[in-house]
Design a binder for this molecule. Structure first.
Ligand code: NAD
Ligand code: IPM
Ligand code: MN
Length: 362
């Protein structure tokens, strides 16, 4: 199949859509509405192709990531818009590991970019903090660390059982994510980069992070570079988030600190992310999961997914359209046109319709 992708100078962007499970299926259509609306008024073309990969398909057919899927996505799509995976009927989380982690690893999406930005003062649980105080980017290493699945059981299901999970860190892997963080800071005139690890306890894996960081920071003398252990970082982002512009850390710590950051800026319902390999097919998803506790009720907040769509448009080179989506989200928050997680009484589709109308009406 020959397709003219946007990144190859083609006329339109081709987007694979994987809504997934639970509220992923509810919020993703709202993002698509918003994207269609903003691009229509900008006269840009986009094509969406939906894939039903998730718990239902896994339970029905035993298929998680279909064979050939990775190559198809890499060759035929500019980006992937993803909802969430996770279903109480699949306690092993096998399908999520195969699909989500599988795509992160196999597409080599080494940057997990998770911006933390407070859009309205009333949304932060921190006392006396305002929108200018909570604004930083978390870069989470996304292809290595404790997520690679190297390990095993010994004497499983006996009283003597041993479980091992290896933390795998390569010099190339550590170097490319730390370099990405510094380059991002330089490009955006941000003054500070903080690398966080646990090198006082993880004396091999994180010693590598220390050595690579010390070497790379010399190439960015204009940037104030700093190291904090992850436990201290967790404390400091709460005590005074103004200290941070860019945070770079390993896969697991990035997972945790990005949920903490999300809460400082209004909660998981508002947090976007991009799983990126610059120049290649990349995957965009809200930070939140499938939220089985509210799935099917039509009350999930779609704004995290819509901000995620904004990141995807930026990635496609359509920054002004991405900015229009962010402005519309800011207006919805200002006017309190929001779902119950933010104290409102609106439904998922109501908020989605409001945003779509707003971004189309210019
Ligand atoms: P979760 O993010 O699904 O939910 C945590 C809490 O935040 C819940 O109370 C939920 O109702 C609330 N919440 C999350 N998103 C919201 C939204 N858009 N609007 C309103 N409220 C929202 O995390 P969890 O409960 O720990 O995990 C549920 C499932 O999702 C698990 O199977 C987990 O593995 C999976 N998960 C998947 C992803 C992903 O696909 N990227 C991310 C995190 C968790
Ligand atoms: C996330 C999620 C995933 C992760 C899970 C579902 C494996 O929590 O995207 O933050 O830990 O990366
Ligand atoms: Mn997470």
């Amino acid at each position: 199949m020959s397709v003219k992708l946007l990144r190859e100078g083609g006329p339109a962007a081709r987007i694979a859509v994987i809504p997934g499970d639970g509220i992923g299926k509810e919020v993703t259509p709202e993002s698509i509405k918003a994207i269609r609306s903003v691009l229509e008024s900008a006269r840009r073309q986009i094509e969406f192709v939906e894939f039903d990969w998730g718990a239902d398909k896994f339970l029905r057919e035993g298929v998680t990531l279909p064979s050939g899927a990775v190559e198809m996505l890499a060759n035929e799509f500019d980006a992937i818009l993803f909802g969430a995976l996770g279903d109480p009927r699949v306690p092993s989380n096998q399908h999520a590991a195969d699909i989500l982690l599988g795509l992160r690893f196999k597409l080599d999406l080494f940057v997990n970019a998770r911006p933390v930005e407070l859009f309205h003062d009333r949304l932060t649980p921190l006392r006396d903090r305002s929108t200018n105080d909570v604004r930083f980017m978390v870069f989470r290493e996304n292809t290595e660390g404790l997520y690679v699945g190297v390990g095993g059981f010994f004497k499983k299901d006996t009283a003597d059982e041993i479980a091992v999970q290896e933390d795998v860190n390569s010099r190339k892997g550590v170097e490319r994510i730390i370099r990405h963080a510094f380059d991002y800071a330089r490009r955006n005139q941000l003054k500070r980069v903080c690398m966080s690890d646990k090198s006082n306890a993880m004396t091999f894996a994180h010693d590598l992070w220390q050595r690579v960081f010390k070497q790379l920071r010399q190439e960015y003398p204009e940037i104030e570079s700093r190291h904090l252990y992850i436990d201290t970082l967790a404390m400091e982002v709460v005590r005074d988030p103004r200290q941070f512009d860019v945070i770079v850390t390993c896969n697991l710590f990035g997972d945790i600190i990005s949920d903490l950051g999300a809460q400082l800026a209004g909660g998981l319902g508002l947090a976007p992310s991009g799983n990126i390999h610059p120049g290649r097919t990349s995957l965009f998803e809200p930070v939140h999961g499938s939220a089985p506790n509210i799935a099917g009720k039509g009350i999930a907040n779609p704004l995290g997914s819509i901000l995620t769509a904004g990141m995807m448009l930026d990635f496609l080179g359509w920054k002004s359209e991405g900015e229009i989506l962010r402005r519309a989200v800011r207006s919805a928050l200002q006017e309190n046109f929001v779902t119950p997680d933010l104290g409102g009484d609106k439904g998922t589709a109501e908020v989605g319709d409001w945003i779509a109308a707003r971004v189309g009406d210019r």
